[in-house]
Design a protein around this ligand. Structure first.
Ligand code: SF4
Ligand code: SF4
Length: 224
């Protein structure tokens, strides 16, 4: 592909723009739980096997269905229902009003001027407050024998999605979004994501409180 092509032409359909102010947001109607995003993320950033920066949660008829999944499904089929599944790629959405940033006691989590939420490894003490603060389960704590973990056996330095900032600096979309076969991970401005979901007739999935955490005042752009 010619390098003279405009950046937009090189991006995949789910990636509408990149760089400062971009947001990452899932279209749960499009996700088919193939795991492509998880693999793309691990491969791109050499994420260790026990760690997952994206977790695809499956829900059945609106109920989270992990260990009870087969039971729910069997019961529903027995009752003559055909329960649908919803798959939700959970990762760091680089929230506008990020609770993880508010609760971190060491300023290891920072909302940068370009709106990415980054972890400063050297400042993280592995206290896991951010895990309690994040409503989306994004913070991960890879096993480690280093630092505080060696003393108190905590989960080590926090790790999470970086938004593929380096890729975005080079005009590329996040690896998860570029690799998604169904364009279920949307990347762009709040307005672009809201417009795309409306065009697809997909709901925003999260409730009003979660949308305000992720998008701040821009949450009003989305149909709830
Ligand atoms: S609250 Fe969770 S999803 Fe939001 S920026 Fe923090 S880690 Fe990411
Ligand atoms: S684990 Fe690290 S990033 Fe999370 S709240 Fe504690 S110091 Fe901050």
């Amino acid at each position: 592909m010619s390098t003279n092509e405009p950046t937009e032409a090189r991006l995949s359909n789910g990636v509408m723009s990149t760089g400062e102010g971009m947001r990452i947001f899932p279209d749960v109607e499009a996700c088919i739980d193939c795991g492509g995003c998880v693999v793309a993320c691990k491969r791109t950033w050499d994420v260790e096997i026990s760690n997952q920066r994206i977790d695809i949660t499956t829900m059945l008829e609106g109920h989270e269905a992990d260990e009870g999944f087969n039971g729910h499904q069997t019961r529903a089929i027995d009752e003559g229902a055909n329960p649908g599944e919803t798959h939700l790629p959970m990762q760091c959405y680089h929230c506008e009003n990020a609770p993880c940033v508010s609760v971190c006691p060491t300023d290891a989590l920072q909302k940068k001027d370009n709106e990415f939420v980054e972890v400063v490894d050297d400042l993280c003490i592995g206290c896991q407050y951010c895990l309690s603060g994040c409503p989306f389960g994004a913070p991960q704590f890879p096993e480690s024998e280093d630092g505080l973990n060696a003393v108190v056996g905590s989960g080590g330095v926090m790790d999470k999605c970086t938004g593929c900032e380096e890729r975005q600096d080079a005009g590329q979309g996040p690896a998860c979004a570029e690799e998604c076969a169904t364009n279920a991970i949307l990347v762009g401005s709040s307005g672009q994501i809201a417009d795309e979901l409306e065009k697809r007739d997909s709901g925003a999935f999260f409730n009003e409180t979660a949308m305000e955490i992720i998008f701040g005042d821009d949450a009003r752009m989305f149909d709830q």
